[in-house]
Design a protein around this ligand. Structure first.
Ligand SMILES: C[S@@+](CC[C@H](N)C(=O)[O-])C[C@H]1O[C@@H](n2cnc3c(N)ncnc32)[C@H](O)[C@@H]1O
Length: 216
């Protein structure tokens, strides 16, 4: 019998998920979080986004449609290929397949314009060690004043109803994520925590939204 290990990320889970045309090819509505971030990015005159864990690209498309330059990345090649196929005609899009926990930076810090790193529903797909590597990547890819936008499931979400069960989720303590970010020279500049921010069908996730600014 095949046992599904829920205590570590399943290497193939997201590739299988985005290989299913239902999740990769159909139009999807952008997340509430992406609309919030777009507004915040505009206010900070951010025009460049590095998206980690872009999935089917629903948030990538919103950013492109509003004139941002987007580097859309994911560990799943199926996801990245689908984003490239669907939205590759946008001049402002570049796509890359990589595991954020295995690279130290992406070479985009030479530009003068401010940068955002955006990761929605990605942190809780990582182990604690991979989350450290995520912040290491953010630190290596940003300069003073750049921002990191994250939304993820909190520890209070663990026993709530889920729409897609049966895969690894690391339910996180937002204060722990804030402490960790400080070790990588980020300061929390906004957070909100609760339900009603990321509802999907019967899955009204208890989430944290956090925005960090690079301090030096
Ligand atoms: C829950 S989905 C979120 C997708 C999209 N951001 C959204 O909100 O619809 C999590 C995504 O993170 C990606 N992911 C998981 N672990 C990753 C890693 N170590 N590096 C990069 N991407 C990863 C998965 O392939 C998947 O596309």
């Amino acid at each position: 019998m095949n046992m599904l290990a829920l205590d570590t990320p399943d290497q193939d889970y997201w590739t299988n998920f985005y290989s299913d045309s239902k999740f990769s090819k159909e139009f999807h509505i952008p997340s509430q979080f992406s609309a919030f971030c777009l507004s915040e990015m505009r206010a900070s005159e951010i025009k460049r986004v590095v998206e980690i864990g872009c999935g089917n690209g629903r948030d990538t498309l919103l950013f492109l449609q509003h004139g941002l330059s987007v580097i859309a990345t994911d560990k799943s090649d199926a996801a990245v290929r689908s984003v490239q196929e669907k939205f590759g005609s946008h001049n402002n899009l570049r796509t890359f397949t990589f595991d954020v926990a295995s690279v130290d930076s992406i070479a985009c810090q030479d530009h003068e314009q401010p940068l955002a790193i955006y990761a929605r529903f990605v942190l809780h797909a990582l182990t604690n060690e991979q989350i450290k590597r995520f912040f290491n990547f953010c630190s290596g890819s940003t300069r003073k004043g750049d921002k990191v936008f994250v939304e993820y499931r909190t520890c209070h979400d663990k026993d709530r109803q889920k729409e897609f069960a049966g895969h690894f989720r690391n339910f996180l303590d937002p204060s722990h994520i804030e402490d960790l970010s400080q070790q990588y020279k980020f300061a929390l500049c906004y957070q909100t925590i609760g339900t009603g921010l990321a509802k999907f069908r019967d899955d009204d996730a208890h989430v944290a939204r956090q925005v960090f600014t690079k301090e030096s």
